[in-house]
Design a protein around this ligand. Structure first.
Ligand SMILES: Nc1ncnc2c1ncn2[C@@H]1O[C@H](COP(=O)(O)OP(=O)(O)O)[C@@H](O)[C@H]1O
Ligand SMILES: [Mg+2]
Length: 226
């Protein structure tokens, strides 16, 4: 489903460049649930942003289902991202003035779906993440775990084939974190969405059948990866 070949990224100037990712190659089959682990600063977010076509590599290539991502065309990258990829972040990134269902429905707004339809689809997705009874609540009225469920519903409403989650449990207590990972696992199985989750929680990572471990921008260990 996803294949990276010799992906590399540097920051800084050509005179003083700092390698952030080096020779990253791996494949993730359709439907896999894969954790990316490693200490702070090891390049996890940079890697996820490159896979999510939010950032471009300096070298190497990325293929989605055998199709090579074209980073030179911003429009093409945006189209591929919108069609293929959902994102969740540590900080939820909900819009504070929109209620839960309106946040969930945002990607449909960009696709031109009519409001009544958006609401129906958003309510169905909130139901899937166990939050149907909070549809009209504002983000300020939701707990951290509930906010992340709303963010998950928003990431999934466009039916992406790949969900990228950057420390989705980083702002949650351990019980809520475990619940959110259980939900991710459930969605992974029921919706057959491939998931890449960055985490520095080793217990959560241990629950994923595949793990990629980064250190200083290199893969130092792979578990369950083909
Ligand atoms: N936009 C940027 N400009 C310069 N350096 C950056 C930028 N983004 C990240 N870095 C550097 O790249 C390294 C990896 O960062 P990051 O991918 O955020 O790591 P992680 O998510 O594993 O904590 C860090 O040393 C960080 O300082
Ligand atoms: Mg990070």
């Amino acid at each position: 489903m996803l294949r990276l070949t010799d992906v590399a990224k540097d920051y800084g100037t050509p005179q003083r460049s700092i390698p952030v990712l080096r020779d990253i190659s791996f494949t993730v089959p359709q439907g896999a649930f894969c954790a990316i682990v490693g200490p702070s600063g090891s390049g996890k977010s940079t890697l996820l942003n490159i896979i999510g076509l939010l950032d471009r590599p300096d070298r190497g290539e990325i293929c989605f289902g055998g199709v090579r991502a074209n980073f030179t065309s911003a429009a093409e990258a945006a189209q591929l991202r919108n069609r293929l990829i959902g994102f969740v972040f540590q900080s939820f990134q909900l819009l504070p003035r929109l209620c839960a269902w309106e946040n969930v429905a945002l990607p449909l707004l960009y696709r031109g779906v009519a409001r009544s339809n958006r609401r129906l689809l958003a309510l169905a997705m909130l139901e899937r993440v166990g939050l149907a009874n909070r549809a009209d609540h504002l983000p300020s009225e939701l707990s951290g775990g509930q906010s992340q469920r709303v963010a998950l519903a928003r990431a999934l409403i466009g039916e992406p084939r790949l969900l990228l989650a950057d420390e989705p449990t980083g702002s949650l207590d351990s019980v809520t974190a475990t619940e959110v990972v259980a939900l991710l696992r459930d969605l992974n199985q029921r919706l057959a969405v491939t998931i890449l989750m960055v985490t520095h929680d080793r217990d959560l990572a241990a629950q994923c059948e595949r793990r990629i471990e980064l250190l200083d921008g290199r893969i130092v260990r792979e578990t369950g990866i083909t």
